[in-house]
Design a protein around this ligand. Structure first.
Ligand SMILES: [Zn+2]
Length: 532
């Protein structure tokens, strides 16, 4: 009998798959059932002590041969085989330390790989982050189809922009009569496309920049009379164009757009601007387009259409002030006039320069103040005929505001507190249907205000910054807005900003501050005059 001195040379395949060992389990295609069970497992039960996996593995019931568990990827992306838990009588927690992957489980392989396989790296850089990271709107988040086709078209444009990671959304010239909140909601999911890394390109700071986009929203040349409340929740809005619409008011909630660089509200029907816009002007808003609009004016406009050059430097302000005084030696400080307003402008800018304050806007004058009752109705003047349709007077007044009653308190009224409680209720939408038909008008007005506040949020007092639902006073402040050294027509010189206060006391406090400010300005001018 021939006995070979050496074992026969076997083909390579035999070495790769020794016949004595069982075939490896399928690596990349784990059981769907097991995965579903793992993914559905809640992470609420986290254990404190790590559990290390053992090298001992269970014998196969069929072959009786121990098998090494086959795992890929980090330990925390692999589920423990339910079989092991069953044998050991304990449950492995998702944060249970190092997972060595030496058990006999044939499941849990590539639970993370499946996710990664959905997009390769190149696809990631080309198309953007995978869906799990991009948070692209899911089926539940897609805008519900608006009734008319224009709305539907607008919603599609927004949705496609979000899907393509485009930060510029153009909804201009679409004859939009309104925009639904649902149309703008997907913009919260928008992220900036990451800068792709090439082999030949150096890695720059841009590659590490956050994926927060600077949204540019163009709504110009439409028929918008109102804006959706969702617009004021877009904190990343950098450019907003509302040019050539039919807007009659801009919500005070615009103050929430802290990253706004550019705003265009020209070509609307705005009588005044929200006071909250001034804070944006002092913050990041560098380009503000306002004209034309039917803004209220502090005084009737002069017949001449000459342009004015507002000085920006201290010496120029002083020279202009001297020229003004030489031309009008007796400027009446109690009666508003064009000279008096310019005098205030130059004096205030001089005072700001002496304090080294760098503010873009300069306060000049206020209109007379409208005071409101607890329920928000206008307090009737005692000695003046009042009609319901009387238009409030927005012309500048140098007289201090005088509340109609000496009974003043900064505490919110019971009416105000009740309205706030209604606003917090989830049944606020049904309140009006529960009221009797002959319910008093203030209650109906209050409920409509509650509904409005639910939509746009509480307003803030422009004096003390407290929140309120029903304003107690309202007036217009005239500011010069601009860096100076700019030519502007008399109608563009002073811009009206509407202000609202939570209590009559706030009006009085502001007036005291204002009077002190003008006293300081006058003192400063007198000091300068000594050296003239
Ligand atoms: Zn207040």
């Amino acid at each position: 009998m021939f006995i070979p001195s050496s074992p026969p040379v076997l083909p390579d395949e035999v070495f790769n798959e020794p016949p004595s060992s069982p075939p490896l389990p399928p690596a990349a295609f784990p059981s769907r059932k097991r995965h579903a069970a793992w993914e559905d497992r809640e992470d609420s039960s986290m254990s404190s002590d790590p559990i290390f996996s053992e090298d001992a593995s269970e014998e196969s019931e069929v072959t009786g041969i121990k098998r090494k568990r086959f795992v890929r990827g980090p330990w925390y992306q692999h589920a423990q085989s339910p079989a092991v838990s069953r044998v050991r009588g304990e449950t492995r927690k998702p944060d249970s330390g190092v997972w060595l992957g030496s058990d006999s489980s044939t499941d849990s392989i590539g639970s993370s790989n499946r996710r990664m396989q959905s997009l390769t790296f190149n696809e990631y850089m080309h198309k953007g982050a995978p869906l799990t990271q991009r948070q692209t709107p899911t089926k539940h988040q897609t805008p519900t189809k608006p009734k008319d086709s224009i709305q539907e078209h607008a919603a599609t444009i927004v949705f496609n922009s979000v899907d393509a990671c485009r930060d510029s959304i153009d909804l201009s010239d679409m004859h939009l009569g309104r925009i639904d909140n649902e149309t703008l909601k997907p913009l919260h999911q928008l992220i900036r496309l990451p800068v792709p890394i090439n082999d030949t390109q150096k890695i720059t700071v841009d590659h590490f920049a956050p994926l927060t986009p600077s949204i540019k929203l163009f709504l110009s040349k439409n028929d918008l009379q109102q804006l959706p409340s969702e617009l004021w929740n877009l904190g990343n809005l950098a450019v907003l164009s509302l040019r050539s619409n039919s807007l009659t008011e801009i919500s005070p909630s615009i103050g929430r757009l802290r990253n706004l660089h550019e705003l265009n509200v020209a070509g609307n029907q705005l009588p005044f601007l929200p006071f909250e816009l001034l804070a944006l002007v002092e913050n990041k808003l560098v380009q503000l387009s306002l004209s034309p609009n039917p803004f209220v004016q502090p005084l009737p406009l002069p017949t001449s259409t000459m342009l004015r050059n507002v000085p920006s430097r201290r010496d120029d302000c002083l020279r202009e002030l001297q020229r003004l005084r030489a031309r009008c030696p007796e400027i009446d400080k109690t009666q508003p006039s064009h000279e008096a307003l310019l005098h205030r402008l130059y004096a205030s800018r001089l005072h700001a320069a002496s304090q080294e304050l760098k503010s873009t806007s300069t306060y000049v004058a206020s209109s007379s103040t409208s005071f409101f009752e607890i329920d928000g109705s206008v307090v009737r003047p005692r000695f003046r005929a009042y009609t319901a349709h009387a238009r409030p007077d927005h012309s500048a007044s140098f007289n201090p505001p005088s509340p109609p009653s000496s009974v003043r308190s900064a505490a919110p009224s019971l009416f105000e507190l009740s309205a706030r409680a209604c606003a917090r209720s989830q049944y606020v939408g049904q309140l009006s249907t529960l009221l009797p038909e002959d319910a008093s008008p203030p209650v109906n007005t209050a409920i409509s205000k509650v509904m409005e506040s639910k939509e746009i949020g509480m307003q803030h007092c422009s004096v003390c910054n407290k929140q309120f639902l029903v304003p107690r006073a309202q007036w217009v402040d005239y500011y010069y807005v601009g860096p100076g050294s700019e030519m502007c027509s008399p109608s563009e010189l002073f811009r009206p900003f509407v202000r609202r206060a939570c209590s009559w006391i706030c009006v009085g406090r502001l007036n005291e501050q204002r009077e002190k400010h003008w006293e300081d300005c006058e003192k400063h001018i007198l000091e300068l005059a000594r050296f003239m």
